[in-house]
Design a protein around this ligand. Structure first.
Ligand SMILES: NC(=O)c1ccc[n+]([C@@H]2O[C@H](COP(=O)([O-])OP(=O)(O)OC[C@H]3O[C@@H](n4cnc5c(N)ncnc54)[C@H](O)[C@@H]3O)[C@@H](O)[C@H]2O)c1
Length: 314
């Protein structure tokens, strides 16, 4: 049974905790947050307000870091130096040099480390990568990726609205799409950015040129209550693959289309995408690597470095 601890019981922990709770051969034994009220509803866990105390008292196999971004690298290294495997929320840091620091600590202490880049485990994005890799609809010609939301006033101590602590839209939001692009298509050759940043809103639009195709991206925290929206549309020679309005549709030539979102009753062998939870997928993947001593190949340090290098150069 893997013993798991989680630090940072804020917004995103609400997606991580159920995944650990659902896992059969793992037990989430301890939580840590400086705000005791965040842990009140977890009466079956040992709760700490001091991270060092949690590390001292618990014998953990895995630490799950859901802290604000600026704390990820140091907390990860501290845990790995105690022989604990670490999965951390994205991004590992705003600084490329921290990637090396964290992976060196993992190697030195013979533990596993992974940044939870969730799109790599998201069925719609996995499908897109499979279509690109297999070339089943021909070459990729163009793409668009969108990630929009509102200004994150809810974050603890306003850390997300503080550029030094979160990196704002590029490092907090757009990084999801850029990370997926680097993972699926490799490093872009050129990037052209337009940015509009005000005290209570942040918008960026970047065109990435990959040589054979380009990808247009948009990410924003609007100052209004604009609903969270994540979408993509990719044009291949023989199909347009779109995830829009919550639906995944492959538009083929001759007006044919395959709607992968449609539920066909009783047809368990249908072509529908699995209704799986990407956060549970990434957590299960990491736990499986730890359990079976497998290399963590799905998220590579050179890809993380490439992404941070691009974001810092925009
Ligand atoms: N993968 C995704 O889809 C996704 C979505 C949202 C956030 N995130 C990432 O998750 C991380 C956390 O974001 P969030 O929205 O949950 O933030 P949040 O502000 O809601 O939560 C952060 C929590 O950390 C706690 N905390 C702060 N300092 C601490 C310390 N020293 N020791 C213990 N606890 C401490 C705070 O009390 C708070 O509860 C960020 O890095 C963010 O980029 C990822």
């Amino acid at each position: 049974m893997l013993k798991v601890g989680l630090v940072g019981v804020g917004g995103i922990s609400g997606a991580h905790i159920p995944a650990w709770e659902a896992m059969e051969d793992a037990e989430l034994v301890a939580l840590c947050d400086i705000r005791t009220e965040r842990m009140e509803k977890y009466s079956d866990k040992r709760c700490y307000t001091d991270f060092d105390e949690m590390l001292k008292n618990e014998e953990l196999d895995i630490l799950d870091i859901c802290l604000p971004t600026y704390l990820h690298a140091d907390f990860a290294i501290k845990a790995m130096e105690r022989g604990i495997n670490v999965i951390s929320e994205k991004p590992i840091s705003l600084k490329e040099a921290d990637v090396e620091r964290v992976y060196s600590a993992a190697q030195k202490n013979n533990v596993k480390f992974m940044v939870a880049q969730v799109l790599r485990f998201w069925p719609e994005y996995e499908l897109l990568k499979e279509i690109y890799d297999s070339k089943r609809y021909g070459r990729l010609l163009s793409g668009t990726m969108t990630r929009l939301g509102c200004y994150p006033r809810w974050s603890w101590d306003g850390w997300m609205m503080d550029e030094k602590r979160s990196g704002l839209v590029p490092f907090d939001l757009h990084i999801h799409d850029l990370d997926f692009m680097v993972y699926a298509f490799g490093a872009p050759k050129v990037a052209h950015q337009y940015r509009s940043k005000l005290p209570d809103q942040d918008y960026m639009s970047v065109v990435y040129d990959f040589g054979d195709f380009s990808i247009n991206t948009e990410a924003s925290w609007y100052s209004t209550s604009y609903p969270f929206t994540a979408e993509f549309r990719f044009q291949f020679e023989n199909a347009v693959v779109a995830w829009e309005n919550g639906k995944t549709i492959i538009y083929l030539r001759d007006d044919e289309k395959i709607d992968l979102s449609q539920q066909s009753e009783g047809d368990t062998g249908s072509i529908n995408l699995p209704k799986s939870d990407a956060y549970a997928n990434e957590i299960n993947y990491f736990a499986n690597c730890v359990r079976n001593d497998l290399p963590v190949e799905k998220v590579k340090p050179e890809e993380l470095k490439c992404v941070l290098d691009i974001l810092n150069s925009l």
